[in-house]
Ligand binder design. Structure first.
Ligand SMILES: [Zn+2]
Length: 63
């Protein structure tokens, strides 16, 4: 990782200057690109969010 020059990398999603290496890809500083990278990776946050939304709907359905 030390030899990696992020200033030469571009965001995988919008093509702008990469700012971070996260979720196994280069992304810029925009939240939407980070979220897309996370979704593509199938990250834990995505699963948790989906589960929470499903549970929330379940609770609403009981009323
Ligand atoms: Zn981007």
């Amino acid at each position: 990782m030390m030899g990696m020059d992020i200033s030469k990398e571009k965001c995988r999603y919008c093509g702008e200057q990469a700012k971070y290496f996260q979720f196994a890809t280069f992304i810029c500083e925009k939240d939407e690109c980070a979220e897309r990278a996370m979704e593509d990776r199938g990250g834990p946050a995505g699963h948790i969010k989906e589960k929470m939304e499903r549970e929330a709907q379940k609770k609403q359905g009981c009323r």
